[in-house]
Design a protein around this ligand. Structure first.
Ligand SMILES: Cc1cc2nc3c(=O)[nH]c(=O)nc-3n(C[C@H](O)[C@H](O)[C@H](O)COP(=O)(O)OP(=O)(O)OC[C@H]3O[C@@H](n4cnc5c(N)ncnc54)[C@H](O)[C@@H]3O)c2cc1C
Length: 577
C-alpha cells in the first residue's frame, strides 16, 4: 500500500510499514536474497542538513509526531551543508552548530548522532539494525542537492520508510512561487514581490515541541561502528579541514542556535532604535566596518536561526512601535526577500552558478584562464595583494574571519569583474563559497551575477562601477579598516593610505613600508581599466542580438538599494571614470 503525505509541502511515496513489532519482509542489499526482519521498535529520524535548530523546525515536529523512538542525526557525506568546498571558519561554525544541538538535546535526555559516509548506505544500515519508521528533513530547494535527496527518497520507497520533507529554509516555498507565476520564476524583484503578495504572509514560526513526551532512541551498541556521538566539541581538523592562517582572527563568529537566538535579541534592539528614530536598515545607513558585526547571515544559512522567526520578530516589533506593517521594500524584511528571490531563481536552473548554458546569465568575454595576466591577477585578488589597500584589507578579512560586509563584497566583486580585472565572476564565486561563513550557493551566485552585470543588473551597464579608492574613503576616511587588516600600511598617513603608490620615497621610509617591496605595487591602473571595461561592456551591449529575458532591475532605485549606494553619497564617489 502506498500513501502520500504532506508537511506544508511534502511529497512522500512509501509503503505503510510503521506498525510496531510487525513482521516485515524486505529485500536485502544482495538483491537475490529475501530476508525476514523483525523490528522491535522502528525509529523516527530527523536528518539535519541545514536547519540546525530546535525552534521553528517543522521536520522536527514531523519526526516527533509518530511517537517512535527519536533519532536525530547529521551525516558528513562530503557535500551536505556545503562541505564539498569549505574553509576553516565555516567548518568550525558548522561544528559548533552541531555541538550546540547536541548540548541542547542532551539537556532534553537525548543526543545528536553523527555519521561519516554515503547517506543512503548509512540510512540502510540503520534500517537493517533498528528499522526506520519515518525519515524527516527540511527541504534543500537548490538543484545541487537534488541527486542526494532523490536517492534518499528512492531508498525510502524501496525500504518502506515514510519520508517527510518540510519547507522551512525559506519564507515561502519557491516551487509555489514559480507555480503562482505561471511556471517561471519572477524575473524582477518587483514581480517577485507581486507574486508573494498573492501567496500571502509567510507562515509564522511553529511552537516548541512537547519534549516531555519524547522518547529518544538508543542505537548503541548495535550501531556503534556507524554512529558516533559528540563527546567533546568537534573540530574542523576532525573532518580534515585545517586553518590556512596562523594568527588568531580579530572577529570570531560562533556557530549554533543558542548564539543565533542571543544575537537576534541584540539585532532586534538595533532595529528598534532605528524604527523609533524613524528609519530602516541601520546597518546600511551607517555601515560600520570596524564595529562588532550584527549580521545573522551565517545563522540563516545554516538554519541556526529560522528565517520565519527573524522575519516575524521584525514585523511584530515594527507593529508594536508604529502600529503598522513594516514596508517590504528597502527594509530588513526586504533584504530577506532578496534571499528568497535568489533561491527561487535557482530552483529550476542547475547551471545557475556557471556562465555557460545558464539561461539568465550573459555570456561575457572575460579574460581567458590561459592569458599570461590571469593567474597573477586572480592570485593577487585572492591573497589580498593587489596593491589597492581597501581591496586587500577586505580579501584578507575574508580569509581570516569568514565574514565581510555587504558593501565590501560589492567592492571586491566589482573589482574582480567588470570594474578592473575583467575576470569571470565564476572564479570569485568559488573563492567566496569556500571562505564565507554564510556561503550560500544561490545567494552567492545571484549576487555575483548581479555585481558583474551578468544578470539582474542593468544590461551590461558599467555606470555605477565602484572605485577602489573613493568607495572605501567614504566609509572609513582615516583608513582604520585598512590598518587593521593590512598591517604593513599601519604607519601610512591617512591622506595616502588608499593610494600608497602616490607616496614619495621619503614618506614610504617614514611609514616603514616601501611600495613594491614591503607592500605590492598596484597590479592595474583602475582609471584606465575601468574605462577599457566600460567600452567593452558598451560594445557587448550594442552587439547583443538576443539578450536574456530577465536582464533588468525594476528601476534605478532598486540598483542603488541593492548595491547600498546611498542617496546621501555623491555619485562621483562611486563612478570610476
Ligand atoms: C558578491 C556577493 C556575494 C554574496 N554572497 C552571499 C552569500 O553567500 N550568502 C549570504 O547570505 N549573502 C551573500 N551576499 C549578500 C549580503 O552581502 C549578505 O547577506 C549580507 O552582507 C549579510 O549582512 P547582514 O546580515 O547584516 O544583512 P542585512 O541587511 O541585515 O540583511 C538580513 C538578511 O537578508 C539577507 N540578505 C541581505 N542582503 C542580501 C542580498 N544582497 N542578497 C540576498 N540576501 C541578502 C541575508 O540573509 C541577511 O542576513 C553576497 C553579496 C555579494 C555582493
Amino acid at each position: 500500500m502506498h500513501f502520500i503525505q504532506y508537511c506544508t509541502d511534502i511529497y512522500v511515496l512509501a509503503p505503510l510499514t510503521d506498525i510496531l513489532g510487525k513482521l516485515f519482509i524486505s529485500q536485502s542489499n544482495t538483491k537475490s536474497t529475501i530476508k525476514l526482519e523483525v523490528f522491535a521498535m522502528q525509529v523516527s529520524i530527523l536528518w539535519f542538513r541545514h536547519g540546525l535548530r530546535l525552534h521553528d523546525n517543522p521536520a522536527l515536529h514531523a519526526a516527533l509526531k509518530k511517537k517512535q523512538p527519536f533519532l536525530p542525526i547529521f551525516i558528513f557525506d562530503g557535500e551536505t551543508a556545503g562541505t564539498q568546498l569549505i574553509g576553516y571558519n565555516r567548518m568550525r561554525f558548522l561544528c559548533e552548530a552541531l555541538y550546540d544541538l547536541d548540548r541542547q538535546l542532551k539537556q532534553l535526555g537525548g543526543r545528536l548522532y553523527y555519521a561519516k559516509g554515503a547517506v543512503v548506505q548509512i540510512f540502510t544500515k540503520i534500517w537493517q539494525e533498528l528499522g526506520i519508521g519515518r525519515l524527516c528533513f527540511e527541504e534543500d530547494c537548490e538543484p545541487i542537492w537534488r541527486a542526494r535527496d532523490d536517492s534518499v527518497k528512492i531508498m525510502c520507497k524501496d525500504l518502506g520508510i515514510e519520508c517527510v520533507e518540510c519547507v522551512s529554509h525559506t519564507l515561502w516555498d519557491p516551487k509555489k512561487i514559480i507555480e503562482t507565476n505561471g511556471g517561471q520564476p519572477p524575473l524582477t524583484y518587483q514581480m517577485f514581490l507581486y507574486t508573494v503578495d498573492i501567496l500571502g504572509d509567510p507562515p509564522r514560526p511553529k511552537d516548541e515541541p512537547r519534549w516531555s513526551r519524547v522518547k529518544f532512541s538508543n542505537p548503541f551498541p548495535l550501531l556503534e561502528k556507524v554512529l558516533y556521538s559528540f563527546q567533546t566539541l568537534p573540530n574542523p581538523e576532525d573532518f580534515g579541514v585545517f586553518p590556512e592562517i596562523t594568527e588568531t582572527p580579530l572577529v570570531r563568529w560562533i556557530g549554533g542556535e543558542t548564539q543565533a537566538l542571543k544575537k537576534l535579541e541584540e539585532r532586534l534592539k538595533l532595529e528598534e532604535r532605528a524604527f523609533r528614530q524613524g528609519y530602516y536598515l541601520p546597518s546600511q545607513n551607517t555601515p560600520d566596518l570596524l564595529g562588532p558585526p550584527a549580521s545573522q547571515s551565517a545563522a540563516l544559512r545554516h538554519g541556526c536561526l529560522s528565517v520565519r522567526k527573524f522575519y516575524w520578530s521584525i514585523q511584530d516589533l515594527f507593529k508594536v512601535i508604529h502600529g503598522d506593517r513594516l514596508p517590504t521594500v528597502h527594509s530588513i524584511t526586504g533584504q530577506l526577500i532578496w534571499r528568497e528571490y535568489f533561491y527561487t531563481m535557482s530552483v529550476k536552473n542547475p547551471n545557475y552558478a556557471v556562465m555557460k548554458e545558464n539561461p539568465i546569465c550573459l555570456d561575457i568575454n572575460w579574460i581567458q584562464s590561459t592569458s599570461t595576466d590571469y593567474n597573477i591577477r586572480l592570485t593577487s585578488w585572492k591573497e589580498g595583494l593587489t596593491g589597492y589597500p581597501f581591496i586587500d584589507a577586505i580579501m584578507r578579512q575574508l580569509k581570516a574571519e569568514g565574514w565581510i560586509h555587504h558593501m565590501a563584497r560589492n567592492m571586491v566583486a566589482c573589482f574582480l569583474t567588470r570594474g578592473d580585472l575583467w575576470i569571470s565572476w565564476e572564479e570569485g564565486l568559488q573563492h567566496f563559497l569556500k571562505y564565507l561563513i554564510d556561503a550560500d550557493w544561490s545567494v552567492c551566485a545571484g549576487n555575483w551575477m548581479w555585481v558583474s552585470s551578468s544578470a539582474f543588473e542593468q544590461l551590461l551597464d558599467c555606470s555605477t562601477c565602484i572605485c577602489p579608492i573613493n568607495f572605501g574613503k567614504h566609509f572609513d576616511p582615516s583608513g582604520e579598516f585598512i590598518k587593521r587588516y593590512v598591517p604593513e600600511l599601519k604607519k601610512f598617513p591617512s591622506t595616502l593610505i588608499y593610494e600608497p603608490w602616490k607616496a614619495s620615497l621619503e614618506q614610504q621610509i617614514a611609514a616603514e613600508c616601501i611600495v613594491g617591496k614591503d607592500y605590492p605595487n598596484r597590479i592595474i591602473n583602475h582609471k584606465e581599466a575601468a574605462e577599457r571595461n566600460r567600452l567593452a561592456m558598451k560594445t557587448l551591449r550594442e552587439d547583443l542580438t538576443k539578450p536574456p529575458t530577465h536582464c533588468c532591475p525594476s528601476n534605478e532605485n532598486e540598483v542603488r538599494q541593492f548595491m547600498w549606494l546611498q542617496d546621501t553619497c555623491l555619485k562621483h564617489q562611486y563612478v570610476s571614470i
